[in-house]
Design a binder for this molecule. Structure first.
Ligand code: 8X3
Length: 248
């Protein structure tokens, strides 16, 4: 039985990952929205769970939350850095600076804070493993997504760099880079505009959160000596970050 901490567990890929990893593991479920974490906890009735509500972008909150983890939960084996999102889709010149700040604060600084706070609890594990959720946007820059892409390029660099730095600590590091996944991602990107958000996924079959969760579980469930370095996952209809064939 592993103890697995998941950020952004209250929705989307994080939620689906919690569901798929619930069997046979203990889960620390993190997110900003306590009520949604409580709903998830209620669904995972047969799994030992600990709820840890905090905002990854708030440094003090992150460290205070980790300091509050009860002793019996302090041996963490797997950290899944899933929390992250996009704010706006606009040219760099037109983008709202607050949106750009938010993406760097959540996707980059948040991942750094959580990993720093978690390291003392994970480094003694025999199964230590960190999974960072990146994006196809971390491998290919696209117009109007400059800072989102930059934030995910940073996740790619953090993943590769951590894999080097953590070698002597025995911590495996995996990067998971999804393409188009139908979650609340686009709703957040387009600030609640359901019409625009749903169009992103029209005319083809996008990935589901469960598709990514299955790949995360694949990486997490490998034998101790096997380190899955990187997985990029696209819908069948997607060739790269900006090329999607819409035939449906
Ligand atoms: C989400 C995928 O293509 O919208 O990270 O950047 S994409």
């Amino acid at each position: 039985m592993k103890t697995i901490l998941i950020t952004g567990a209250s929705s989307g890929i994080g939620y689906a990952t919690a569901k798929i990893l619930a069997e046979g593991n203990r889960l620390i479920l993190c997110g900003r929205r306590l009520e949604r974490l409580q709903q998830l906890q209620a669904e995972l009735i047969d799994t030992p769970t600990l709820l840890l509500p905090f905002d990854v972008a708030k440094k003090e909150e992150v460290f205070t939350a980790f300091e509050s983890i009860p002793t019996e939960w302090q041996n963490i084996d797997v950290l899944i850095n899933n929390a992250g999102n996009a704010h706006g889709l606009a040219s760099f010149q037109d983008a709202d600076l607050d949106d750009l700040d938010a993406m760097i604060d959540i996707n980059v600084k948040g991942l750094i804070y959580v990993t720093k706070a978690c390291l003392p609890l994970i480094k003694n594990s025999d199964n230590a493993h960190i999974v960072n959720i990146s994006s196809i946007a971390g491998k290919q820059a696209y117009a109007n997504g400059t800072t989102y892409c930059a934030s995910k390029w940073a996740v790619e660099a953090l993943t590769k760099g951590m894999r080097l730095d953590f070698l002597p600590l025995g911590i495996k590091v995996t990067g998971i880079a999804p393409g188009a996944v139908e979650t609340e991602f686009s709703l957040v990107r387009f600030k609640g505009n359901e019409d625009i958000a749903s169009k992103v996924y029209q005319g083809y079959e996008p990935l589901k959160a469960e598709d990514i969760a299955a790949n995360i579980a694949f990486a997490v469930n490998q034998p101790k000596h096997v380190q899955v370095a990187d997985i990029t996952i696209l819908p069948q209809a997607q060739a790269d970050a900006t090329t999607i064939l819409r035939t449906l």
